[in-house]
Design a protein around this ligand. Structure first.
Ligand code: CMX
Length: 437
């Protein structure tokens, strides 16, 4: 057995026993009161999921297995000391709870480069059967489902395996799927935006570097940017739509491809991962309407107010959990200041950052007026030549696989059962709180 599998088995088995024992001894303990408001406003703050890969603090932002993004920039293995950590290292950390060595990271890089070669030809036929102008997320998710013909979990399940071992073929499927996503993403990118001129995977590159390479953006800066992008989007606790959907569908023992595909359907929503392309749409429309590539703060303020007057959201701002500027925004701004300080789009993003929080706060209803990860990610990619913004949510999806699929392995290690919350009709809520109108 691969040593990483052996490791998570050794860590996972006692944890699975602990979960069983906790349920047996404390299953009836009350851990939190639930309000009607929580149920009717998206279950915010309601503890209802067991997630081990990352935790989101409203003030501080994301921590992966206890480590913040700036901490991991110092701790995870890199190719160059002044570059960005390899996402392979973050995957290892989320999977095992331990910081990886350079050898661990190389081991995963090699495995992914090898497994990436195994995409069956019918997957490309399925993508090619779609119109080129089908949104890249449609093509991406269709390809994910088409790849599920390779599901090792399905095959193993049909052999009648022991429940305790479900995690093993899940892990194999997860490794296959993660390894292949950059190839699929780059294929769609080249198909839609670069005349179907495809670029082969280079097994000497790391996972994120290979994505940049296959997309045709083979510079040191874009390789570094892609590693950063893949790291910061990887996970955001268990309750966000893509993570929760992956977990929910996985709880039915659907294979990793079905489960992840469910998460990607959620990521494609404008309030979640599609926000990164909508930010670009919003900025470009503003620039067009104002007629100036460098809009002033006053012009941006007027445009933002007009957006709100029309009953629309300002994409890239606000968050269901965060109550401060997203550290994923900050780390991208720092990257931009280091590598592209004069990029006009970054300057516009900075001006938006100066004026929009006050406007949102003045509405009195927006709980978090600060920028989230999507407020800058597209402008950053664009400033380094990846200007075709419909691909951005696909890139987000490639990264998100790292966290949600690691958690799927843990769901199976823990032996978590099928998810089945209780629902009630409106009259039940009315009666429950004795509502009189
Ligand atoms: N612009 C305008 N209005 C906003 C807003 C924004 N950026 N963010 C929140 N609001 C509004 C909500 O629409 C809601 O209005 P109503 O009461 O009229 O329905 C009100 O403020 C309260 O919302 P909230 O409790 O502050 O926010 P939610 O938890 O309901 O929603 C989110 C969170 C992210 C969906 C919301 O802030 C939003 O729509 N932002 C813009 C889209 C975006 O950037 N999404 C990406 C999030 C990160 C990611 O998942 O990638």
């Amino acid at each position: 057995m691969d040593y990483i599998k052996q490791k998570i088995l050794e860590i996972g088995r006692p944890k699975a026993e602990m979960v069983k024992d906790l349920i047996k001894k404390h299953g009836d303990d009350v851990i939190q009161d639930v309000t009607l408001g929580q149920v009717l406003t998206g279950m915010k703050g309601m503890v209802s999921l067991l997630t081990c890969t990352s935790k989101l603090d409203p003030e501080e932002g994301i921590r992966f297995r206890g480590y913040s993004i700036p901490e991991l920039q110092g701790l995870l293995p890199k190719i160059h000391p002044d570059g960005e950590p390899l996402p392979e290292g973050l995957f290892y950390l989320m999977l095992t709870g331990e910081l990886p060595t350079k050898e661990d990271v190389n081991h995963i890089s090699e495995q992914w480069a090898q497994r990436a070669q195994g995409i069956p030809p019918h997957v490309y036929d399925v993508i090619n059967a779609l119109p080129k102008d089908a949104h890249p997320m449609i093509q991406f998710n269709t390809a994910i489902l088409a790849m599920s013909t390779e599901s090792q979990f399905r095959k193993a399940y049909l052999t009648g395996m022991d429940k305790k071992d479900y995690w093993d073929p899940t892990y194999e499927g997860v490794m296959d799927l993660i390894s292949r996503l950059p190839v699929i993403a780059a294929y769609i990118y080249r198909r839609v935006f670069h005349n179907e001129e495809y670029i082969e995977l280079d097994p000497n590159h790391d996972w994120a570097g290979n994505l940049a390479h296959m997309m045709g953006h083979d510079t040191v800066e874009v390789h570094r940017l892609m590693r950063l992008y893949m790291m910061i989007h990887a996970d955001h606790e268990g309750g966000n739509v893509s993570a929760h959907a992956t977990h929910l569908v996985g709880s039915a023992l659907s294979n990793p491809y079905y489960s992840f595909s469910a998460g990607m359907n959620g990521l494609a929503g404008p309030l979640h991962g599609m926000a990164n392309q909508n930010v670009m749409h919003w900025i470009h429309k503003m620039i067009r309407e104002i007629g100036d590539e460098n809009p002033s703060e006053a012009q941006i303020k007027a445009y933002a107010e007009m957006t709100l007057d029309k009953g629309q959201v300002i994409p890239g701002y606000g968050h269901a959990v965060l109550r401060k500027t997203d550290p994923r925004f900050t780390v991208q701004l720092e990257f931009a200041k280091k590598y592209a300080p004069d990029a006009p789009l970054i300057q516009t993003v900075s001006k938006i950052y100066k004026v929009v929080p006050d406007i949102l706060a003045s509405t009195g209803k927006v709980k978090n007026p600060w920028p989230n990860v999507d407020a800058i990610s597209g402008s950053l990619l664009s400033s380094f030549g990846i200007t075709e913004y419909p691909i951005y949510t696909v890139l987000f999806g490639v990264s998100r696989a790292l966290g949600v699929l690691t958690q799927l392995v843990w769901d199976r290690l823990y032996g978590l059962p099928i998810e089945r919350p209780k629902s009630q009709n409106l009259q039940w809520f009315v009666d429950k709180v004795n509502y009189k109108g």
